[in-house]
Design a protein around this ligand. Structure first.
Ligand SMILES: Cc1cc2nc3c(=O)[nH]c(=O)nc-3n(C[C@H](O)[C@H](O)[C@H](O)COP(=O)(O)OP(=O)(O)OC[C@H]3O[C@@H](n4cnc5c(N)ncnc54)[C@H](O)[C@@H]3O)c2cc1C
Length: 407
């Protein structure tokens, strides 16, 4: 058994590394255990992130090669192929190379003093007297125990350690299965516009996406509540009335499969000696499946609370509950709003979705949305745009749908 750290972090993804960075720079001894031998690989995510969100975390602009493209708008395609486009005056989102982004965050954490143990899989937590006291780690076929005053669980959506810490697992009924790939030789793509395709034939319970890297290369993918993502993607590429025209002669590579958790954060994200951050705590936007900005912002809060608890030598559940309070203050209203939106979207038929997009077109909602700057805090954005009569009409329709679909 080894005593290594003030904090052991499970997982070297963006949330684990950001928590490690923020704790290590305050002088704490931090060890990050990552099961893979390389940070950021395999990458499962197209890394479509809000620029404002990155700035708020001190991560924009980023070094060379990390940001691949920026976007000034989005084309939304309804199930029957009707398009609704929103154009903004300046870039609001970007796509990062996720492997480089993850490596950049890990390097930051290392420069701040965090130690990385790669090829090290945490099999279980060490729990004594009701407190998490460290981790049992599998390295080169052997299991070794590492004691730590506090464990930060950033293991992603698999979240196998939650149960052992006494916390509830994330809501598996709200998990969708996703596929993500790169695609070359795409035709007629606007390189500054993200494309989103709705419809139960291709992406039941979510959507398909095309995120341009340049004029003819893109990240393509979809997620679905039911069906085989590989087959759905093939069908989308070959048969979708709009997408297939752009993708007929395109070449797919780097196909990866991974789940996305859309059920909103787990009800409790702390216990004695233990904090859960990022996908492990289901800190993911239920509307879009975006978890990088949300999770990293919670990881920063987790590091702040952990530092206070370690200094006070009190890592009890009572002391760490401050973490939940703080992140709920920042994200709570928006997550609740997004979860309601997700539940409404899940119940909409293709025909209802078509009608809703028709309404958006008819009332000229794109004009009302031209000033959008905020895509992370979607609840607050809605409140802001309610001043516009166009938005009010649309919201009235969605409220009618919500009440009639969720009696
Ligand atoms: C197809 C797809 C598309 C997405 N698109 C976007 C998007 O465009 N924008 C966005 O913001 N979000 C997106 N997301 C969500 C985003 O990828 C996650 O929210 C984000 O990666 C969460 O970061 P994390 O650090 O919590 O977990 P992860 O990035 O999953 O990192 C967890 C790390 O922990 C390691 N690990 C797991 N278990 C153990 C263990 N027992 N021991 C040691 N190491 C372990 C893993 O190897 C991994 O490196 C997408 C997700 C998917 C699947």
């Amino acid at each position: 058994m080894k005593t290594v750290s003030d904090a052991a972090v499970v997982g070297g993804g963006p949330c684990g590394s950001f928590a490690a960075y923020n704790l290590a720079r305050l002088g704490f001894v931090v060890t990050v255990f990552e099961e893979h031998h390389e940070i950021g690989v395999p990458s499962h995510c197209p890394g479509h992130l809000s620029i404002k969100g990155l700035k708020s975390l001190g991560q924009y602009p980023l070094g060379k090669g990390i940001i691949v493209n920026t976007f000034t708008g989005a084309n939304l395609c309804s199930p029957s192929g009707k398009e609704f486009s929103v154009h903004l005056s300046s870039p609001v989102t970007c796509t990062v190379d996720r492997a480089s982004f993850d490596r950049h965050l890990a390097e930051m954490a290392e420069h701040a003093g965090a130690h990385y143990q790669l090829g090290s899989r945490v099999d279980s937590l060490i729990v004594k007297d009701g407190y998490v006291k460290g981790v049992a780690v599998r390295q080169n076929g052997n299991t070794e125990e590492f004691l730590a005053r506090l464990v930060i669980d950033a293991e992603g959506v698999s979240s196998r350690l939650l149960k052992q810490s006494g916390l509830n697992a994330l809501d598996r009924s709200m998990v969708v299965n996703a596929v993500q790939a790169r695609i070359r030789n795409v035709k007629d793509m606007e390189s500054n516009m993200v494309e989103v395709f709705l419809g139960n034939d291709y992406a039941p319970g979510f959507y398909a996406w095309l995120i341009p890297e340049n004029d003819d290369e893109a990240k393509v993918g979809l997620a679905a509540r039911t069906g085989n993502p590989r087959e759905l993607l093939q069908r989308f590429i070959l048969k979708h009335s709009i997408a297939s025209k752009k993708l007929t002669s395109a070449k797919l590579s780097q196909m990866v499969f991974h789940p996305i958790t859309l059920g909103g954060p787990i009800p409790k994200s702390f216990s004695n000696g233990f904090l859960a951050v990022g996908d492990a705590a289901s800190q993911v936007k239920p509307t879009t499946g975006g978890g990088v900005i949300f999770g990293m912002s919670c990881a920063k809060i987790a590091a702040d609370v952990a530092s206070e608890a370690l200094r006070a030598n009190d890592v009890s559940s009572r002391s760490l509950s401050e973490y939940q309070k703080r992140w709920t203050n920042v994200w709570g209203f928006d997550v609740k709003t997004m979860l309601r939106m997700r539940k409404l979207l899940n119940r909409m038929s293709d025909e209802t979705m078509d009608n809703a997009i028709n309404l958006c077109r008819r009332v000229g909602l794109n004009k009302a949305l031209e000033g959008v700057q905020e895509i992370d805090f979607q609840g607050q954005s809605l409140l802001h745009f309610m001043r516009s009569p166009r938005m009010l009409t649309t919201l009235g329709y969605f409220l009618y749908l919500y009440l009639s679909i969720n009696p």
